[in-house]
Design a protein around this ligand. Structure first.
Ligand code: Z5A
Ligand code: MG
Length: 201
């Protein structure tokens, strides 16, 4: 009996309205679990959701820690899936956590420490959308953090977080073209190493 091949940890990152949530995938022959971050269904995710919808207030530091804790809430599930051969696709991850908090001016070392020890992605697909195209898409401006100035800073900060396992996706294209790019990357993942843990972000 052959060993079960482990699942892959695949992250979609990118700015607002780059189409991350639109592109969850169902690759042939693979079982996929899809986790959005923030995961608004968990106890901590419910607090984040209330904050984003302007129902409660909290400090930027408290919010940063809640985003980190929200990812920790799902670690056991992520690791269980991967060890049993199920791929996990996360819509945003630690890189959003770091980029938004650095863009708000929180201390860099403190911000970057919050996700150390989390599972390291096999690939981060970074959805690059131009500001002009993002502007034409719907659903912007209703929640906190959706301001043009913060988005501009996040765009700059995200560039500094790029790692060798990041792959850029041209997110300006139509949904089918972007989906083709996503599948081409995901179908060629090399999973010969065990899942690693993040030692820096
Ligand atoms: N945040 C943080 O500060 N710290 C953290 O640790 C984390 C998050 C994890 C909520 O996140 C906020 O939390 C977010 C970052 C911060 N703040 N902001 N701004 P969220 O992930 O819940 O945010 P969201 O509401 O899902 O929006 P989004 O992720 O920014 O959008 P998206 O998923 O990239 O885009 P979409 O919903 O797939 O598409 C947007 C629209 O464009 C929609 O009408 C689509 O139909 C359309 N669309 C999508 N793709 C295309 C293409 N290819 N062509 C044309 N139209 C398209
Ligand atoms: Mg989204």
């Amino acid at each position: 009996m052959g060993e079960t091949k482990r699942g892959a940890l695949i992250i979609f990152e990118g700015l607002d309205r780059s189409g991350k949530s639109t592109q969850y995938l169902r690759s042939k022959g693979r079982t996929v679990e899809f986790i959005p971050f923030p995961d608004r269904s968990t106890p901590i995710g419910k607090l984040i959701d209330m904050y984003l919808r302007r129902e409660i207030d909290m400090s930027e530091e408290a919010l940063h820690l809640l985003f980190c804790a929200n990812r920790r809430e799902r670690v056991d599930f992520i690791q269980e899936c991967i060890s049993t051969g199920i791929d996990v696709v996360c819509d945003r991850y630690a890189y959003s956590g770091v980029a938004y908090s650095l863009a708000k001016g929180l201390p860099a070392d403190w911000v970057r420490a919050g996700d150390v020890g989390m599972p390291q992605p096999d690939v981060v697909l970074f959805f690059e959308v131009s500001p002009e195209v993002a502007c034409q898409r719907g659903g912007f401006g209703e929640e906190r953090l959706e301001t043009g100035e913060l988005q501009r800073k996040v765009r700059e900060t995200m560039k500094l977080l790029r790692k060798p396992f990041w792959q850029m996706v041209n997110a300006d294209g139509d949904v089918q073209t972007v989906e083709g790019e996503v599948r081409a990357i995901v179908d060629h993942l090399d999973l010969h190493l065990p899942l690693q843990l993040l030692d820096q972000i």
